[in-house]
Design a protein around this ligand. Structure first.
Ligand SMILES: Nc1nc2c(c(=O)[nH]1)N[C@H]1C(S)=C(S)[C@@H](COP(=O)(O)O)O[C@H]1N2
Ligand SMILES: [Mo]
Length: 202
């Protein structure tokens, strides 16, 4: 239904070049859906923190963090765009405020279960709309969409939004994530159609 909502507004929402609007919310990821084990789960912030120490939150501790709502579309780099997602979660800016990176940090790696990872420029991670989402359209995330926590970076292609997020690593130089090592663009801006790694050398 999320796909219809933008249609009923009268003016169809603008979507990035080369994308096609799909109805509903397709599930797309590599590998199996991990099982959530609350007693083992934590969210780590590690790498080059300002203090030199890493920090982690248990699942219950997440509820003490600041929350915000962001409505955005989700653009898969293979073409489909699903629209009108209302995300609720912890702004990435809050993570950076609570566990500051050292001044020399330029990038982050967002780590998910099973070693999936996406690299982001620090400025993309701290963009006002970047969220560590726990809810979608007023409900907990479903397992296949990333329960209990997923990153949402609305201004970049979907592969930059890891489901089943487990850690943020502060980096002092860039390193490629899972899809970035497998032929996808290192930045992934859909408005510039940065889909593939070979475009980085154009
Ligand atoms: N852990 C993990 N997160 C992932 C992926 C993945 O393979 N593993 N795929 C990404 C890609 S390519 C897209 S388009 C979005 C799709 O999110 P959705 O399944 O909620 O629509 O998830 C992203 N997050
Ligand atoms: Mo994707």
């Amino acid at each position: 239904m999320a796909g219809e909502r933008s249609g009923t507004a009268g003016t169809p929402r603008h979507i990035p070049p080369g994308q096609r609007r799909v109805s509903g919310w397709p599930v797309s990821h590599y590998g199996p859906v991990p099982r959530f084990r609350p007693e083992r789960w934590n969210l780590r912030v590690h790498g080059t923190t300002a203090s030199g120490a890493e920090h982690s939150w248990t699942f219950d501790e997440l509820s003490g963090l600041p929350y915000a709502t962001v409505t955005a579309d989700l653009h898969c780099a293979t073409g489909p765009t699903s629209t009108g997602h209302e995300w609720y979660g912890i702004p990435a800016t809050a993570v950076v405020d609570l566990v500051p990176p050292a001044p020399e940090v330029t990038h982050v790696m967002a780590w998910a279960e099973y070693g999936y990872a996406a690299n982001l420029r620090l400025a993309d991670f701290t963009a006002p709309e970047t969220l560590l989402a726990t809810h979608h359209n007023g409900e907990h995330l479903t397992a296949e969409h990333g329960f209990p926590l997923r990153l949402v970076v609305p201004h970049l292609y979907g592969y930059k939004s890891p489901k089943w997020l487990r850690a943020i690593e502060y980096l002092t130089e860039d390193r490629r994530g899972f899809w970035e090592e497998r032929g996808y663009h290192n930045i992934g801006d859909p408005w510039k159609e940065q889909r593939y790694a070979h475009q980085e050398h154009e």
